[in-house]
Design a protein around this ligand. Structure first.
Ligand SMILES: C[C@@]1(CC(=O)O)C2=NC(=C\c3[nH]c(c(CCC(=O)O)c3CC(=O)O)Cc3[nH]c(c(CC(=O)O)c3CCC(=O)O)/C=C3\N/C(=C\2)[C@@H](CCC(=O)O)[C@]3(C)CC(=O)O)/[C@H]1CCC(=O)O
Ligand SMILES: NC(=O)c1ccc[n+]([C@@H]2O[C@H](COP(=O)([O-])OP(=O)(O)OC[C@H]3O[C@@H](n4cnc5c(N)ncnc54)[C@H](O)[C@@H]3O)[C@@H](O)[C@H]2O)c1
Length: 189
């Protein structure tokens, strides 16, 4: 079955990444667009991962994962090259209020990472439900080239209108028309 798309609020939620290699860095890089409350536990770090940790002042412990490490975390990303450990941490996460993502199998995931386009308040997330991460990536690149640079300003204008105009049918109609015209103007380019 396909995954339900939701946008998770990360305020006051601690995130743990286990692993410090290439894939851990990909996940870290994406998470940093949304939060800085990230800790890392890994036996060793790639250069990118070491830089990411240093530049963002993240907490890092150089050691093997041990049972109980996830206790304080709301989300754990298990980015180790060890599938049995991914299975163990996923099973352990069920004892706690902790959502788990494992990088080798959706069987050990409560959620999966989408590919995404982010421009200020706009986030477009793309998933193939794990069928083809490569396809998710290329669809992201395609969409990235389609979205006009002025989208952030347009969204700011729409946000201001929603804040200042009184709620009701008239506002709804006006905002709907403005959004429709904006999209039409850009698809006619
Ligand atoms: C979208 C993206 C987001 C991100 O990473 O943040 C992401 N993978 C990306 C890239 C990518 N990953 C892989 C390739 C090689 C080509 C290929 O296999 O297609 C490429 C392409 C590349 O790197 O160029 C290999 C791969 N990926 C997974 C497995 C295990 C498995 O399938 O069981 C294997 C095989 C490992 C092996 O056999 O060695 C699993 C997952 N990867 C997901 C997300 C989740 C499903 C997303 C969805 O489809 O909805 C899921 C299920 C779990 C998760 O990771 O959350 C990011 C693109 C970001 C961007 O650029 O926009
Ligand atoms: N989800 C995806 O998009 C995707 C894509 C390609 C590969 N993968 C899978 O991701 C996994 C990781 O790949 P990689 O290229 O980052 O590997 P890598 O070898 O570069 O990194 C593995 C990391 O795990 C750490 N580690 C291993 N055992 C540990 C333990 N017990 N405690 C703490 N840290 C530990 C190592 O120190 C290292 O930092 C592989 O199994 C690969 O098949 C996933």
């Amino acid at each position: 079955m396909a995954y339900f798309p939701a946008f998770l609020k990360l305020d006051n939620k601690k995130i743990l990444i286990v692993g410090g290699g290439y894939i851990a860095y990909e996940k870290l890089d994406h998470l940093l667009d949304f939060t800085k409350d990230i800790s890392v536990i890994a036996l060793d770090l790639s250069d990118d991962m070491a830089k990411g940790i240093k530049n963002n002042n993240l907490s890092f412990e150089q050691r093997a994962y041990k049972v109980g490490d996830i206790k304080e975390y709301a989300v754990v990303i298990v980015a180790v090259d060890d599938i049995p450990l991914q299975a163990e941490i996923f099973a352990e996460s069920k004892q706690y209020n902790c959502l788990c993502n494992s990088v080798d199998s959706v069987d050990y995931c409560d959620f999966i990472f989408p590919s995404y386009v982010k421009k200020d308040d706009l986030t477009i997330a793309i998933s193939t439900s794990g069928a083809s991460p490569a396809m998710a990536k290329h669809l992201r690149i395609y969409l990235q080239n389609l979205i006009p640079t002025g989208i952030s300003e347009f969204l700011k204008e729409m946000k201001d209108l929603r804040r200042t105009l009184p709620k009701g049918k008239e506002r709804m109609k006006m905002l709907d028309k403005k959004a429709e015209d904006y999209i039409k103007s850009w698809s006619n380019r």
